[in-house]
Ligand binder design. Structure first.
Ligand SMILES: *[C@@H]1O[C@H](CO)[C@@H](O)[C@H](O)[C@H]1NC(C)=O
Ligand SMILES: *[C@@H]1O[C@H](CO)[C@@H](O)[C@H](O)[C@H]1NC(C)=O
Length: 244
């Protein structure tokens, strides 16, 4: 009994000292259509209990993550299951053949929410990234927590402003996603590689400016200005909204 209590006390002390906490991430679908969110845990860590699920229009769903945690979220659109039982999506596909992504990331273009909870045991960092292109509007907000804790939103439909050379079209001919210039052209000045691998040598381009104008709070390319990353400390709740 004493031994068990002592062990329990040690475990509790460990949790408090290491600052471990869990955060609840709630997904809300404000789009007038069903979306299929995907989750990816970074750095070869075990994946979350859910790596993909269906979220009907107006529905919400939550998952808990144990801090520290780093990874990304996105939503697939226009998904279906074929006659052989293989699940696939027209945008942000994770190529698992299932609703679960099972450790696969999104095939670009995909609007991404990146969250780094208790990075180095300290603050949370989060952003909306269009570096891999855009498929649907999305926002990320914290509830609780201390510090700046501002919401980051990309509420615009970038597909409507997407130039022809970046467009991805659906079977009905409508624009369903917008590639980043890096994905579309794979050139160093758009991907910030080679001689362009520093913020000083990789300025915004006419293409990244389209994303920046539509969604000024989101990352429009790899070396976007530093006002696209948001911070908060100890936020117990995150809310990710599709079509905010
Ligand atoms: C962007 O600039 C490139 C290179 O100068 C040019 O070929 C292209 O037409 C421009 N595109 C847009 C949408 O302005
Ligand atoms: C971030 O900075 C860019 C240019 O420096 C500006 O155009 C944009 O509006 C800024 N975004 C926010 C959210 O303040």
């Amino acid at each position: 009994m004493m031994k068990t209590l002592a062990l329990y006390g040690l475990t509790l002390a460990f949790f408090f000292l290491s600052g471990a906490h869990s955060a609840r991430i709630t997904f809300t679908n404000n789009c007038p259509y069903t979306v299929w969110p995907g989750t990816l845990t970074s750095d070869q860590k075990p994946q979350l209990s859910t790596t993909g699920f269906e979220l009907a229009s107006t529905a919400s769903s939550a998952i808990d993550v144990q801090a520290p945690w780093k990874g990304r979220f996105w939503a697939r659109t226009l998904c279906s299951t074929d006659s052989s039982g293989r699940f696939s999506c027209a945008t942000a596909e994770c190529s698992s053949g299932q609703v679960s992504c099972n450790g696969n990331g999104a095939v670009p273009p995909a609007s991404l929410v990146e969250i780094n909870i208790a990075a180095d045991g300290g603050m949370d960092f989060y952003d909306v990234s269009l570096v891999d292109g855009f498929n649907l509007p999305v926002s990320v907000a914290t509830q609780g927590g201390t510090g700046e804790c501002k919401a980051s939103s990309c509420p615009a439909n970038v597909n409507a402003a997407c130039p022809a050379e970046l467009q991805v079209k659906g079977s009905d001919g409508s624009v369903i996603a917008c590639k980043s210039a890096c994905i579309a052209f794979n050139e160093p000045q758009y991907c910030c590689t080679g001689a362009y691998d520093k913020p000083e040598t990789c300025p915004p381009t006419n293409y990244s400016q389209i994303f920046e104008q539509q969604c000024p709070q989101a990352y429009s390319y790899a070396y976007d200005d530093q006002n696209s990353t948001f911070t908060c400390s100890g936020a117990p709740n995150y809310v990710i909204t599709f079509c905010p």
